[in-house]
Each structure stands twice: as structure tokens, then as C-alpha cells.
Design a protein around this ligand. Structure first.
Ligand code: SF4
Ligand code: SF4
Length: 73
């Protein structure tokens, strides 16, 4: 699985407030040892809710830009 586009959580910034875990509509996130992690990456729909709600900006969703192949005519 290509993981380049998935949310990245900076453990150093995470305070374990669980807001991202509560708001995630697909239960992709979980808390382990007081830090949020993307436990089920296959569930992530890239909705960006976790990124928006994190009070310490610990979550970043990198945009993945995919160029379509140009069709030869
Ligand atoms: S919202 Fe941010 S600080 Fe709170 S648990 Fe999630 S990643 Fe950590
Ligand atoms: S981007 Fe959305 S679906 Fe993915 S982990 Fe964050 S809140 Fe959950």
C-alpha cells in the first residue's frame, strides 16, 4: 500500500487529547502509549477532519498530486 498520502502524526507535538480519534468518521485513528497513531490506514478517506481539529498541528495530510497519462491521439 502506498502510504505517501496518508495523515502523518508528529508524536512530539501530540498531547494525546484524542480529539482526532473522536472526530475520525472511519475510526482509523487510535491512541497508543498516550499518542495518536493511524492504526488502520486502509480506513482513511482523507477527509482532513483530524488535521483541522488537532490543537497542536501535529497532523499533516500531504497532498498527493497524480498526473493523468496523456492519451496519444
Ligand atoms: S488531536 Fe492532535 S494532539 Fe490531540 S490526540 Fe490527535 S494528534 Fe494528538
Ligand atoms: S483524514 Fe479523516 S478518515 Fe483519515 S484519519 Fe483523519 S479523520 Fe480519519
Amino acid at each position: 500500500m502506498d502510504t505517501a498520502h496518508l495523515p502523518r502524526i508528529d508524536a512530539a507535538r501530540c498531547t494525546g487529547c484524542e480529539r482526532c480519534i473522536e472526530i475520525c468518521p472511519t475510526q482509523a485513528l487510535a491512541q497508543v502509549n498516550g499518542k495518536a497513531i493511524l492504526l488502520y490506514p486502509e480506513r482513511c478517506t482523507f477527509c482532513t477532519l483530524c488535521e483541522d481539529i488537532c490543537p497542536t498541528n501535529a497532523i499533516a495530510l500531504p497532498f498527493l498530486i497524480v498526473f493523468a497519462e496523456q492519451k496519444k491521439v
